[in-house]
Design a protein around this ligand. Structure first.
Ligand SMILES: NC(=O)c1ccc[n+]([C@@H]2O[C@H](COP(=O)([O-])OP(=O)(O)OC[C@H]3O[C@@H](n4cnc5c(N)ncnc54)[C@H](O)[C@@H]3O)[C@@H](O)[C@H]2O)c1
Length: 325
Protein backbone atom coordinates (compact mmCIF):
# COMPACT_ATOMS: atom_id res chain seq x y z
CA UNK A 1 0.00 0.00 0.00
CA UNK A 2 1.40 3.42 -1.00
CA UNK A 3 0.56 6.14 1.51
CA UNK A 4 0.06 9.53 -0.13
CA UNK A 5 0.11 13.01 1.42
CA UNK A 6 -2.02 15.52 -0.49
CA UNK A 7 -0.88 19.15 -0.37
CA UNK A 8 -3.69 21.48 -1.38
CA UNK A 9 -7.34 20.58 -0.80
CA UNK A 10 -9.12 22.51 -3.54
CA UNK A 11 -10.79 21.54 -6.82
CA UNK A 12 -8.18 19.16 -8.22
CA UNK A 13 -7.23 17.67 -4.84
CA UNK A 14 -10.85 16.58 -4.40
CA UNK A 15 -10.66 14.77 -7.76
CA UNK A 16 -7.27 13.29 -6.82
CA UNK A 17 -8.71 11.91 -3.60
CA UNK A 18 -11.64 10.36 -5.50
CA UNK A 19 -9.15 8.88 -7.96
CA UNK A 20 -6.90 7.43 -5.22
CA UNK A 21 -9.98 5.80 -3.69
CA UNK A 22 -10.21 3.83 -6.95
CA UNK A 23 -6.53 2.84 -7.03
CA UNK A 24 -6.27 -0.44 -5.08
CA UNK A 25 -2.72 0.10 -3.79
CA UNK A 26 -3.09 3.74 -2.70
CA UNK A 27 -4.24 5.41 0.47
CA UNK A 28 -4.36 9.14 1.25
CA UNK A 29 -3.00 9.41 4.79
CA UNK A 30 -2.84 13.19 5.32
CA UNK A 31 -4.02 16.45 3.79
CA UNK A 32 -2.59 19.96 4.07
CA UNK A 33 -4.15 23.24 3.02
CA UNK A 34 -3.59 26.78 4.23
CA UNK A 35 -7.37 26.95 4.45
CA UNK A 36 -8.22 24.89 7.56
CA UNK A 37 -11.83 24.30 6.49
CA UNK A 38 -10.78 22.80 3.16
CA UNK A 39 -8.06 20.68 4.75
CA UNK A 40 -10.48 19.37 7.35
CA UNK A 41 -13.22 18.61 4.81
CA UNK A 42 -10.94 16.69 2.46
CA UNK A 43 -9.34 14.83 5.37
CA UNK A 44 -12.84 13.79 6.47
CA UNK A 45 -13.63 12.54 2.95
CA UNK A 46 -10.38 10.56 3.04
CA UNK A 47 -11.70 8.74 6.11
CA UNK A 48 -10.77 11.10 8.93
CA UNK A 49 -7.04 11.27 8.23
CA UNK A 50 -4.55 13.80 9.67
CA UNK A 51 -4.74 17.36 8.36
CA UNK A 52 -2.73 20.54 8.81
CA UNK A 53 -2.60 24.11 7.59
CA UNK A 54 1.22 23.93 7.35
CA UNK A 55 2.25 21.17 4.95
CA UNK A 56 5.59 20.71 6.76
CA UNK A 57 3.68 19.09 9.63
CA UNK A 58 2.36 16.21 7.51
CA UNK A 59 4.72 15.94 4.53
CA UNK A 60 6.72 13.12 6.10
CA UNK A 61 3.72 10.96 7.03
CA UNK A 62 3.42 9.09 3.72
CA UNK A 63 5.50 7.23 1.15
CA UNK A 64 4.80 9.85 -1.53
CA UNK A 65 3.66 13.46 -1.94
CA UNK A 66 1.09 14.82 -4.38
CA UNK A 67 1.06 18.60 -4.91
CA UNK A 68 -2.33 20.15 -5.73
CA UNK A 69 -1.65 23.74 -4.72
CA UNK A 70 -1.76 26.80 -7.01
CA UNK A 71 1.01 26.57 -9.58
CA UNK A 72 3.28 29.30 -8.16
CA UNK A 73 3.90 27.18 -5.03
CA UNK A 74 4.72 23.86 -6.75
CA UNK A 75 8.49 24.34 -6.69
CA UNK A 76 8.63 25.33 -3.01
CA UNK A 77 6.50 22.40 -1.82
CA UNK A 78 8.34 20.09 -4.22
CA UNK A 79 11.73 21.03 -2.80
CA UNK A 80 10.46 20.23 0.70
CA UNK A 81 9.30 16.80 -0.54
CA UNK A 82 12.70 16.23 -2.19
CA UNK A 83 14.47 17.07 1.07
CA UNK A 84 12.46 14.29 2.76
CA UNK A 85 13.22 11.83 -0.07
CA UNK A 86 9.61 11.40 -1.15
CA UNK A 87 8.49 10.36 -4.66
CA UNK A 88 6.51 13.26 -6.07
CA UNK A 89 3.50 13.98 -8.25
CA UNK A 90 3.14 17.65 -9.21
CA UNK A 91 0.02 18.99 -10.86
CA UNK A 92 0.50 20.87 -14.10
CA UNK A 93 2.05 23.27 -14.86
CA UNK A 94 5.11 21.75 -13.18
CA UNK A 95 6.36 25.27 -12.35
CA UNK A 96 5.85 28.81 -13.58
CA UNK A 97 9.47 29.42 -14.56
CA UNK A 98 12.29 27.36 -16.04
CA UNK A 99 14.48 28.29 -13.07
CA UNK A 100 11.97 26.81 -10.59
CA UNK A 101 11.51 23.73 -12.78
CA UNK A 102 15.28 23.16 -13.02
CA UNK A 103 15.68 23.38 -9.24
CA UNK A 104 13.12 20.66 -8.71
CA UNK A 105 14.24 18.50 -11.65
CA UNK A 106 17.83 18.63 -10.42
CA UNK A 107 16.82 17.78 -6.86
CA UNK A 108 15.01 14.67 -8.12
CA UNK A 109 17.76 13.76 -10.58
CA UNK A 110 20.06 13.55 -7.54
CA UNK A 111 17.69 11.27 -5.60
CA UNK A 112 16.62 9.07 -8.54
CA UNK A 113 13.14 8.95 -7.03
CA UNK A 114 10.03 8.97 -9.27
CA UNK A 115 8.97 12.47 -10.24
CA UNK A 116 5.82 12.95 -12.27
CA UNK A 117 3.98 15.94 -13.74
CA UNK A 118 0.18 15.93 -14.02
CA UNK A 119 0.21 16.20 -17.83
CA UNK A 120 -3.22 14.65 -18.03
CA UNK A 121 -3.64 14.40 -21.80
CA UNK A 122 -1.35 11.37 -21.72
CA UNK A 123 -4.01 9.63 -19.65
CA UNK A 124 -7.15 10.77 -21.49
CA UNK A 125 -8.86 8.35 -23.86
CA UNK A 126 -8.36 10.72 -26.77
CA UNK A 127 -4.69 11.36 -26.04
CA UNK A 128 -3.92 7.67 -25.53
CA UNK A 129 -5.78 6.69 -28.70
CA UNK A 130 -3.91 9.26 -30.80
CA UNK A 131 -0.61 8.06 -29.34
CA UNK A 132 -1.53 4.43 -30.06
CA UNK A 133 -2.28 5.35 -33.70
CA UNK A 134 1.13 7.01 -34.08
CA UNK A 135 2.98 4.19 -32.29
CA UNK A 136 1.22 1.49 -34.34
CA UNK A 137 3.10 2.71 -37.42
CA UNK A 138 -0.06 2.48 -39.52
CA UNK A 139 0.14 6.07 -40.72
CA UNK A 140 3.92 5.98 -41.08
CA UNK A 141 6.00 8.78 -39.57
CA UNK A 142 3.91 11.63 -38.16
CA UNK A 143 4.52 14.78 -40.21
CA UNK A 144 1.49 16.98 -39.49
CA UNK A 145 -1.02 17.26 -36.67
CA UNK A 146 -3.92 19.49 -35.94
CA UNK A 147 -5.44 19.45 -32.46
CA UNK A 148 -8.55 21.37 -31.48
CA UNK A 149 -9.69 21.44 -27.88
CA UNK A 150 -12.60 23.63 -26.82
CA UNK A 151 -14.38 23.65 -23.47
CA UNK A 152 -17.25 25.53 -21.91
CA UNK A 153 -16.20 28.74 -20.21
CA UNK A 154 -15.30 29.44 -16.61
CA UNK A 155 -15.59 33.19 -17.08
CA UNK A 156 -16.52 34.64 -14.70
CA UNK A 157 -17.49 32.79 -11.53
CA UNK A 158 -16.27 29.25 -12.19
CA UNK A 159 -12.81 30.24 -11.15
CA UNK A 160 -12.19 32.77 -8.45
CA UNK A 161 -8.88 34.38 -7.97
CA UNK A 162 -5.50 32.99 -8.75
CA UNK A 163 -6.44 31.22 -12.01
CA UNK A 164 -7.34 34.60 -13.57
CA UNK A 165 -4.05 36.19 -12.58
CA UNK A 166 -1.30 35.36 -15.11
CA UNK A 167 1.32 36.08 -12.45
CA UNK A 168 -0.13 33.21 -10.40
CA UNK A 169 -1.37 30.78 -13.05
CA UNK A 170 1.09 31.57 -15.85
CA UNK A 171 -1.70 32.61 -18.24
CA UNK A 172 -3.48 30.51 -20.85
CA UNK A 173 -0.45 28.66 -22.25
CA UNK A 174 0.86 27.43 -18.91
CA UNK A 175 -2.42 27.01 -17.11
CA UNK A 176 -4.48 25.38 -19.89
CA UNK A 177 -2.45 25.16 -23.07
CA UNK A 178 0.25 22.96 -21.63
CA UNK A 179 -2.11 20.00 -21.97
CA UNK A 180 -2.24 20.27 -25.76
CA UNK A 181 1.41 21.29 -26.11
CA UNK A 182 2.47 18.29 -24.06
CA UNK A 183 0.22 16.01 -26.13
CA UNK A 184 1.92 17.25 -29.30
CA UNK A 185 5.39 16.72 -27.82
CA UNK A 186 4.40 13.20 -26.87
CA UNK A 187 2.94 12.43 -30.30
CA UNK A 188 5.87 13.84 -32.27
CA UNK A 189 8.43 12.48 -29.83
CA UNK A 190 10.96 15.06 -30.98
CA UNK A 191 12.39 18.44 -30.11
CA UNK A 192 10.34 21.43 -31.24
CA UNK A 193 12.16 24.06 -33.29
CA UNK A 194 9.85 27.08 -33.13
CA UNK A 195 6.40 28.27 -32.09
CA UNK A 196 4.12 31.08 -33.20
CA UNK A 197 0.98 31.86 -31.19
CA UNK A 198 -1.93 34.26 -31.04
CA UNK A 199 -4.57 34.69 -28.35
CA UNK A 200 -8.06 36.15 -28.01
CA UNK A 201 -10.40 37.05 -25.19
CA UNK A 202 -13.74 35.63 -26.20
CA UNK A 203 -15.51 35.33 -22.87
CA UNK A 204 -13.02 36.64 -20.33
CA UNK A 205 -13.76 40.23 -21.34
CA UNK A 206 -11.77 42.76 -19.39
CA UNK A 207 -9.92 40.12 -17.40
CA UNK A 208 -6.19 39.97 -17.87
CA UNK A 209 -6.07 36.40 -19.08
CA UNK A 210 -6.92 35.30 -22.62
CA UNK A 211 -9.20 32.30 -23.04
CA UNK A 212 -8.40 31.23 -26.59
CA UNK A 213 -5.23 30.50 -28.53
CA UNK A 214 -4.06 29.30 -31.91
CA UNK A 215 -0.47 28.28 -32.50
CA UNK A 216 1.82 26.79 -35.09
CA UNK A 217 4.55 24.52 -33.86
CA UNK A 218 7.49 23.40 -36.02
CA UNK A 219 9.63 20.37 -35.34
CA UNK A 220 12.86 19.23 -36.98
CA UNK A 221 12.55 17.98 -40.59
CA UNK A 222 9.71 20.41 -41.43
CA UNK A 223 7.21 18.40 -39.39
CA UNK A 224 4.59 20.72 -37.91
CA UNK A 225 1.43 21.04 -35.84
CA UNK A 226 -1.45 23.45 -35.42
CA UNK A 227 -3.08 23.70 -32.02
CA UNK A 228 -6.22 25.53 -31.03
CA UNK A 229 -7.55 25.70 -27.50
CA UNK A 230 -10.41 27.56 -25.90
CA UNK A 231 -12.16 27.59 -22.55
CA UNK A 232 -14.75 29.99 -23.92
CA UNK A 233 -17.54 27.91 -25.40
CA UNK A 234 -20.76 29.53 -24.24
CA UNK A 235 -21.79 26.84 -21.73
CA UNK A 236 -19.79 25.34 -18.89
CA UNK A 237 -19.53 21.60 -19.54
CA UNK A 238 -19.57 21.85 -23.33
CA UNK A 239 -16.69 20.13 -25.05
CA UNK A 240 -15.71 20.07 -28.68
CA UNK A 241 -12.50 18.29 -29.63
CA UNK A 242 -10.97 17.26 -32.92
CA UNK A 243 -7.69 15.90 -34.16
CA UNK A 244 -6.09 15.16 -37.48
CA UNK A 245 -2.86 13.21 -37.75
CA UNK A 246 -1.06 12.96 -41.08
CA UNK A 247 1.77 10.52 -41.51
CA UNK A 248 4.00 9.50 -44.39
CA UNK A 249 1.75 6.47 -45.05
CA UNK A 250 -1.73 7.62 -44.10
CA UNK A 251 -3.86 9.80 -41.87
CA UNK A 252 -6.28 9.52 -38.96
CA UNK A 253 -8.95 11.85 -37.65
CA UNK A 254 -11.04 12.21 -34.52
CA UNK A 255 -14.03 14.47 -33.95
CA UNK A 256 -15.96 14.51 -30.70
CA UNK A 257 -19.07 15.63 -32.59
CA UNK A 258 -19.29 12.14 -34.08
CA UNK A 259 -19.30 10.16 -30.89
CA UNK A 260 -20.44 12.28 -28.01
CA UNK A 261 -23.34 14.54 -28.81
CA UNK A 262 -25.53 14.80 -25.75
CA UNK A 263 -29.01 16.17 -25.28
CA UNK A 264 -30.19 16.82 -21.74
CA UNK A 265 -32.30 19.33 -19.79
CA UNK A 266 -29.86 22.11 -20.69
CA UNK A 267 -30.18 21.38 -24.42
CA UNK A 268 -27.72 19.88 -26.90
CA UNK A 269 -24.04 19.94 -26.10
CA UNK A 270 -20.87 17.96 -26.55
CA UNK A 271 -19.59 15.67 -23.86
CA UNK A 272 -16.30 13.96 -23.08
CA UNK A 273 -15.06 11.66 -20.32
CA UNK A 274 -14.11 14.64 -18.14
CA UNK A 275 -11.22 14.63 -15.71
CA UNK A 276 -12.25 11.73 -13.45
CA UNK A 277 -11.19 8.65 -15.49
CA UNK A 278 -7.95 10.23 -16.80
CA UNK A 279 -6.96 11.15 -13.24
CA UNK A 280 -7.56 7.57 -12.06
CA UNK A 281 -5.18 6.36 -14.82
CA UNK A 282 -2.68 9.13 -14.08
CA UNK A 283 -2.52 8.52 -10.34
CA UNK A 284 -2.57 4.71 -10.73
CA UNK A 285 0.50 5.17 -12.95
CA UNK A 286 2.15 7.34 -10.28
CA UNK A 287 1.44 4.75 -7.57
CA UNK A 288 2.80 1.99 -9.81
CA UNK A 289 6.00 4.01 -10.33
CA UNK A 290 6.38 4.55 -6.59
CA UNK A 291 5.94 0.82 -6.00
CA UNK A 292 8.33 -0.28 -8.73
CA UNK A 293 10.79 2.63 -8.65
CA UNK A 294 10.36 3.05 -12.42
CA UNK A 295 10.40 6.54 -13.91
CA UNK A 296 6.97 7.93 -14.90
CA UNK A 297 5.70 8.49 -18.44
CA UNK A 298 6.42 12.23 -18.14
CA UNK A 299 10.22 12.22 -18.34
CA UNK A 300 12.26 15.12 -16.89
CA UNK A 301 13.23 16.17 -20.43
CA UNK A 302 9.58 16.26 -21.51
CA UNK A 303 8.50 18.15 -18.39
CA UNK A 304 11.19 20.74 -19.17
CA UNK A 305 10.31 20.97 -22.88
CA UNK A 306 6.56 21.28 -22.27
CA UNK A 307 7.21 24.17 -19.91
CA UNK A 308 9.69 25.79 -22.31
CA UNK A 309 7.16 25.51 -25.10
CA UNK A 310 4.33 27.06 -23.07
CA UNK A 311 6.59 29.95 -22.04
CA UNK A 312 7.70 30.45 -25.66
CA UNK A 313 4.06 30.43 -26.85
CA UNK A 314 3.27 33.09 -24.28
CA UNK A 315 6.22 35.19 -25.47
CA UNK A 316 5.12 34.77 -29.09
CA UNK A 317 1.55 35.89 -28.31
CA UNK A 318 2.87 38.93 -26.43
CA UNK A 319 5.44 39.98 -29.01
CA UNK A 320 3.88 38.79 -32.27
CA UNK A 321 7.15 37.02 -33.13
CA UNK A 322 8.00 33.44 -34.03
CA UNK A 323 10.02 32.11 -31.10
CA UNK A 324 12.94 29.83 -31.95
CA UNK A 325 13.60 27.19 -29.32
N1 LIG B 1 -4.43 18.20 -14.54
C1 LIG B 1 -5.47 18.97 -14.72
O1 LIG B 1 -6.22 18.81 -15.68
C2 LIG B 1 -5.75 20.08 -13.74
C3 LIG B 1 -7.04 20.59 -13.61
C4 LIG B 1 -7.25 21.62 -12.69
C5 LIG B 1 -6.19 22.13 -11.95
N2 LIG B 1 -4.94 21.62 -12.12
C6 LIG B 1 -3.80 22.16 -11.36
O2 LIG B 1 -3.96 21.83 -9.97
C7 LIG B 1 -3.41 22.87 -9.16
C8 LIG B 1 -4.48 23.33 -8.17
O3 LIG B 1 -5.58 23.85 -8.89
P1 LIG B 1 -7.05 23.89 -8.26
O4 LIG B 1 -7.96 24.17 -9.40
O5 LIG B 1 -7.28 22.70 -7.41
O6 LIG B 1 -6.94 25.19 -7.34
P2 LIG B 1 -7.80 25.54 -6.04
O7 LIG B 1 -7.63 26.99 -5.82
O8 LIG B 1 -9.17 24.98 -6.17
O9 LIG B 1 -7.06 24.70 -4.87
C9 LIG B 1 -5.78 25.01 -4.43
C10 LIG B 1 -5.73 24.80 -2.92
O10 LIG B 1 -4.39 24.97 -2.47
C11 LIG B 1 -4.42 25.67 -1.23
N3 LIG B 1 -3.09 26.27 -0.99
C12 LIG B 1 -2.58 27.40 -1.52
N4 LIG B 1 -1.31 27.56 -1.12
C13 LIG B 1 -1.01 26.51 -0.33
C14 LIG B 1 0.15 26.11 0.40
N5 LIG B 1 1.29 26.81 0.37
N6 LIG B 1 0.08 24.98 1.15
C15 LIG B 1 -1.05 24.24 1.20
N7 LIG B 1 -2.18 24.58 0.54
C16 LIG B 1 -2.15 25.69 -0.23
C17 LIG B 1 -5.55 26.67 -1.37
O11 LIG B 1 -6.04 27.12 -0.13
C18 LIG B 1 -6.59 25.84 -2.16
O12 LIG B 1 -7.47 25.14 -1.29
C19 LIG B 1 -2.92 23.95 -10.12
O13 LIG B 1 -1.55 23.81 -10.35
C20 LIG B 1 -3.70 23.67 -11.40
O14 LIG B 1 -3.04 24.12 -12.56
C21 LIG B 1 -4.70 20.61 -12.98
Amino acid sequence: MIKVVLVGAGFIADLHLKAYLQVPDAQVVAVADVDARRAQQLAALAGGVRWATDYHEVLGLGDAVDICTPSASHAEVGMAAAALGKPLHVEKPFALSLADAERLLEAYARTGLPLMAGQTERFSLIGRTLKAVVDSGEIGRLVLARITRNHGHFWPGGWQGWQFDPAKSGGIFLHLGIHTLDLLLWLFDGAPRSIYAQTQKRASGEMEMSDYYQCVLKFQDERSAIAELSYALPRLGDTYRAAMLVGTAGSATYNSAHDSFLLDDSGPHFWDEGLGPPLVRQLAHFVECVQSGQQPLTTPAQIRTALRLALAADESARTGRVIEL
